[in-house]
Design a protein around this ligand. Structure first.
Ligand code: AMP
Ligand code: MN
Ligand code: MN
Length: 312
C-alpha cells in the first residue's frame, strides 16, 4: 500500500526495535541512507540495527558508523517490530528478507518499484533515497548531526554523479546546501569517494579496451570478464567514460561477477533504460538502470544488445 512520508514517520515512531536494510551491491545512497536513518532512530531512543547481505566497496568504509553495518548469516534471526527497506524493492535484499517477520516499510525512489503487500513510500522525483530521508528527519523531529549530514550528502552526491545527472533538482541542491550548513565537508567526501585501487584503474583500462559500438554508434558497450572483475571491488564510474561518446544514446557495462552471473549497468540520454532492465528482470531509473543475467558474458551481451535494439 502506498503511504505518505508523514504516515511512514508515524509508523516509525510507533516502533521500538527496527531493522534497516538496503540493496545488495550497495552504493553510496544505500549505505548513506541506512547509516543516516540508524543514527536518527538511535538519537530518538530506538534500537536500530543495519543488516546488508553483501560486502561494501572500500571507499564507503570511511562513512561515520560504517562499522555498525552487519552482514547476516544465512539462518540468522533478528527480533524486530519494524523492518525498513531503503533504496530498493524487496527482491534485492538477499537473506535479510528471512531475518524477521516484522511488518515492512519500504522507502525508495525507483520508478520500477512495484511494491507489494506492505507499506511503500516511493518518491520517484527524489534524486536519491537520501533526499527522502533528509525530509523524513523533519517528520521525525530527529536531529541532523554533522555525522548524519555526511551520510545523507554522500547519497545525494553519488546518485546524481556529483550533482550532474538529470535527476538533480532544486530540492536536491537545497538539501545539499543545508547539509553543508549542518557540518558536511564536501571535499572530504569527494576525496574518499574518488579513491580507486590500482587494480581498479587497470580494470578500467581493460574495460575500455573491450569497447564495442552497435546500431550506427548509438549504443556503446564494455565488458569485464570474471578473471579481471575479481581483482577489484567496484566498477563505479566506468560506464560514464563511454556514456560521453557524442553519438551514444545508450551505454552499457557487463561485469561477469561469477561464472554465468553477469551484472548489467545501463545509462541513457533519452531511451528509457528502466523499461529495458525491467523486461530483463532488473529495474532502476529512466536514465540509469540495471539487471543481472545468469548466462555467459557473450550470451549476456547478445541478449542485452537485442533488447536495446528493440527499444531504440
Ligand atoms: P548501477 O548501474 O548499478 O549504478 O544501477 C543503476 C540503477 O539501476 C540504480 O538505481 C540501481 O538501483 C538500479 N538497478 C541496478 N541493478 C538492478 C537490478 N538488478 N534490479 C533493480 N534495479 C537495479
Ligand atoms: Mn542504490
Ligand atoms: Mn538510490
Amino acid at each position: 500500500m502506498m503511504i505518505t512520508l508523514k504516515e511512514a514517520a508515524t509508523k516509525i515512531l510507533a516502533a521500538n526495535k527496527i531493522l534497516i536494510t538496503a540493496h545488495v551491491q550497495p552504493d553510496g545512497d544505500a549505505i548513506g541512507s541506512t547509516l543516516a536513518l540508524m543514527q536518527m532512530l538511535r538519537s530518538l531512543g530506538k534500537e536500530a540495527e543495519i543488516f546488508i547481505d553483501d560486502s561494501v566497496r572500500k571507499n564507503l568504509h570511511a562513512l561515520p558508523h560504517f562499522e555498525k553495518i552487519r552482514r547476516p548469516k544465512a539462518e540468522e534471526k533478528f527480533a524486530a517490530d519494524l523492518m525498513i527497506v531503503l533504496d530498493t524493492s524487496l527482491d534485492r535484499i538477499g537473506v535479510v528478507k528471512n531475518l524477521t517477520d516484522a511488518p515492512i516499510l519500504n522507502i525508495d525512489h525507483h520508478v520500477t518499484n512495484k511494491g507489494g503487500d506492505f507499506d511503500l513510500c516511493v518518491e520517484t522525483e527524489a534524486a536519491a533515497t537520501c533526499e527522502i530521508i533528509f525530509k523524513l528527519a523533519r517528520e521525525l523531529e530527529a536531529d541532523i548531526t554533522p555525522e548524519v549530514a555526511t551520510c545523507l550528502y554522500t547519497g545525494l552526491a553519488t546518485d546524481t554523479g556529483f550533482f550532474q545527472f538529470s535527476n538533480t533538482r532544486a530540492q536536491t541542491l537545497a538539501a545539499a546546501a543545508e547539509l553543508i550548513t549542518l557540518g558536511v565537508s564536501p571535499n572530504f567526501i569527494s576525496e574518499q569517494l574518488e579513491k580507486k585501487s590500482l587494480a581498479e584503474v587497470r580494470g578500467l583500462s581493460a574495460a575500455l579496451n573491450s569497447l564495442k559500438m552497435f546500431y550506427d554508434d548509438k549504443v556503446a558497450g564494455i565488458t569485464i570478464d570474471h578473471a579481471t572483475a575479481k581483482t577489484f571491488d567496484s566498477t563505479e564510474g566506468f560506464i560514464d567514460e563511454i556514456r560521453v561518446i557524442e553519438t551514444v544514446d545508450v551505454a552499457f557495462l557487463i561485469t561477469e561477477k561469477a561464472p554465468k552471473i553477469c551484472r548489467v549497468s545501463m545509462r541513457s540520454k533519452g531511451v528509457n533504460v528502466a523499461q529495458i532492465a525491467d523486461k530483463l528482470g532488473g529495474g532502476g531509473h529512466v536514465r540509469a538502470a540495471g539487471c543481472t543475467l545468469k548466462t555467459s558474458l557473450d550470451e549476456a551481451e547478445k541478449i542485452l544488445v537485442a533488447a536495446i535494439g528493440e527499444a531504440l
